[in-house]
Design a protein around this ligand. Sequence first.
Ligand SMILES: *Cc1c(COP(=O)(O)O)cnc(C)c1O
Length: 397
Amino acid sequence: MKLAARVSRIAPSPTLAMAAKAKAMAAQGLDVIDFSAGEPDFDTPAPVKAAAEEAIRAGFTKYTPSSGIDELRGAIAEKLQAELGVHYDKSQVLVSCGAKHSLYNLAEAFLEAGDEIIIPIPYWVSYSDQALLNDATPILLDTTEEQGYAVHAAPLERLITPRTKAIIVNSPCNPTGAAYDRATLEEIASVAVRHDLLVISDEIYEKILYDGAVHVSIASLGPEIAARTVIINGVSKAYAMTGWRIGYAAGPKELITAMANIQSQSTSNPCSIAQKAAVAALRLGEPFTIKMVEEFSRRRTTIVNGLNKIPGVSCRMPQGAFYAFPNIKGVLGKQGPSGMLETPNDVAQYLLNEAQIATVPGEPFGSREHLRLSYATGMTSILRGLERLEQAFAKLT
Ligand SMILES: *Cc1c(COP(=O)(O)O)cnc(C)c1O
């Protein structure tokens, strides 16, 4: 069979693959400690479930407008006005089947062969694959761990060519947990305005910030940058709703309309029941999120301090999201039972096979020195996992 060429450019999501392997091992009765999950381990808040049950009872089970119900688009526009101080008309908001779907609609509506999109390293895995699926070229921007993975104007500007169309901003970041401060966002904004770039601002972790940090959206820096920014967000992470599949995009009307047309010809509306649940999450979910983030905060300190005590490992304190991103350079080159551990992928395979610890290696995020460990898992697992990790690394020669 001759498949479309674009398929050969991409791989299945490696984070989902690792999580599936860990689940399969656990199903065989193995005691797997799973740090691979990219989702909160909390249950969806009760008022959200109640809204969904009510929607089912009321027969709200048919097609809705393809771009999402008015009530939800209105709640999103209100939220953006109240929290970011940026005005969006409902026609500038598109509700999709998850933030990933919003991003995909965007890639399809905005990118074509020859276009370049700048993606800072380390990056969430789907940005580059979605660009590749739409015949565009991801251009990777190096950042340094020492500088907290910040993006600066000069190196960014050096990558810009006449074909550059967009830059990705993901703050707080998956996998690093880095959150950009206002000064960094201002640098990016000035470059975007000067070179007529679209900013794709993935703000899915905006609510998961620590030590009193406050989220800054690049769209809130002024009308000029707001006019060229698409905000991507959703309810998956803030309200423990990954399975409900509701995300959204807000941005320039012409672009949102194009994305909405693509959606109307591909998936049609996101699930009607989940849309009602998302309205409840946006209106009633805040107390839940605050409690969840308090628990994540305790786990963050425990896992990062624990990792830093393990020889060969060093880990920055993430400012947001729920991932530790330890540097494991000190372990690379050591000898395991089936050969030398040369790459993070070798280390992740070793940890899974020899110690039943599931992590995600750095390679799919663009790193050759890190592992990603999600701490959206119980404190007991974190403590047991740290102990096992230390023992597993101590066995290497
Ligand atoms: C989880 C995640 C998404 C996708 O979220 P969904 O709304 O569940 O599709 C998008 N971006 C980043 C950085 C994520 O970690």
